[in-house]
Ligand binder design. Structure first.
Ligand code: GLN
Length: 390
């Protein structure tokens, strides 16, 4: 076992004894799940899937489908059209709450059922089959393999889905859901009944982590701004009425589902997923939460703690035939630009006034336009021999 996988195994062993919670009772097929199952997986930038525990056990994706169907709606229709039908504010309420915004009638966000049904209603297609096909195609591209609907769970959800149907009718009465309530709600039940493993969820998470590019298949699945929008909404709303505490403790955009999956994203680093069917009072998996929280702590993944790389881009100083060359690498943000300017100022005081100094920005992996503008401005106030190559 490689050292990183061994650390995942330790995390899993540490959370295993916790037997709090119970399987989802309101969908009969989910109530019958094996509560002992436990798995953890992560996928990094090179597309290697590391997984421990019951990593080949299949379960239905449930609400973890919501961010991906949101990605489909955003990709097909753009942000404004989606925002006209669903809000982006944390609800502080349970996932199946019957609550819509006062004036607009919009559901508060796409991660609770009302918002997810409104989002699914935006997927194009004439009937349930056509819409399901387009959902399945996109989620399969996120997972890097063909996913299938579990017909028994679907039948079980549809037979007991009166509350979701009621939400659909309420949305239609407010003009949020246009067209057939039945098509929207049945498509929603089918998307929730897609079978995945913890490995699939980790690959799906990693596709969001790397800006919409699947690191396993190397396929671009959605645009970078779509991935960013989805992650932003997951960050504030993904764990229902536990979203604030989750952000505090774990610090990663995430999404849970009532079959016991949790998926979390460390942008530009890892896609993570955990699975364990027993749920807490919010409908989130007890041990999957504990596993991701432990992983985030041990690997320092909290997004809001300070991270070095943006503030310290790679800077190397060489010579060429004309004089000094300051080469930049990595990502240049505002703090990084400040650091580069201080290196240049140091050189300006050390070198003769007619020295030639070239700042070479061509190898930067990513540049934020304002950071480059700050460098250009700083160079103007330097001696004449300082110039920027971009
Ligand atoms: N299919 C489930 C429902 O609509 C999904 C809910 C969930 O995973 N939180 O009730």
């Amino acid at each position: 076992m490689d050292p990183i996988t061994a650390l995942f195994q330790e995390v899993l062993d540490d959370v295993r004894p916790d037997d709090a919670g119970a399987t989802a009772q309101y969908i009969p097929e989910l109530a019958a799940a094996d509560p002992e199952r436990l798995a953890l997986a992560a996928v990094g930038p090179f597309g290697r899937v590391r997984a421990v525990g019951d990593d080949s056990a299949e379960f239905t994706i449930q609400s973890i489908s919501k961010p991906f169907v949101l990605a489909l709606a955003l990709q097909e229709r753009g942000r404004d059209e989606v925002l006209a039908k669903v809000g982006v504010e944390p609800s502080g309420e349970p996932f199946n709450a019957i609550s819509l915004e006062d004036i607009t009638g919009r559901p508060v966000n796409p991660m609770v059922n009302a918002g997810a049904i409104a989002t699914t209603a935006l997927v194009r297609g004439d009937d349930v089959d056509e819409r399901t096909a387009s959902v399945v195609d996109l989620l399969s591209a996120f997972a890097g393999r063909s996913l299938w609907v579990d017909e028994e769970v679907y039948a079980s959800e549809s037979a007991t889905g009166d509350r979701n149907r009621a939400l659909g009718h309420l949305l239609r009465s407010h003009g949020i859901l246009e067209g057939s309530v039945e098509i929207a709600v049945e498509t929603y039940f089918r998307q929730c009944s897609l079978l995945v493993t913890v490995r699939d969820l980790a690959v799906m998470a990693s596709t969001l982590a790397f800006g919409g590019m699947n690191p396993v298949t190397r396929e671009r699945v959605v645009d970078e701004d779509v991935a960013r929008d989805v992650l932003s909404i997951m960050a504030s709303c993904g764990m229902y009425d536990f979203s604030g505490e989750w952000m505090l403790r774990v610090g990663l955009p995430a999404k849970s589902g009532v079959s016991g999956g949790v998926l979390a994203v460390a942008p530009s680093q890892f896609g993570i997923a955990a699975f364990s069917p027993r749920l807490d009072e919010h409908g989130n998996s007890v041990r999957a939460i504990a596993a991701v929280e432990t992983l985030s702590e041990r690997f320092g993944m909290h997004l809001l703690e300070s991270h070095e790389t943006l503030a310290t881009p790679a800077v190397t100083v060489d010579r060429d035939a004309e004089g000094r060359v300051v080469r930049l690498g990595g990502e240049l943000g505002l703090a990084g630009a400040e650091r580069v300017v201080s290196v240049l100022r140091g050189l300006a005081t050390e070198l003769p006034v007619d020295a030639i100094v070239t700042l070479d920005a061509r190898e930067l992996g990513r540049v934020h336009p304002a950071a480059l503008a700050a460098l250009r401005g700083a160079l103007e106030s330097m001696p004449g021999g300082f110039r920027l190559r971009e």
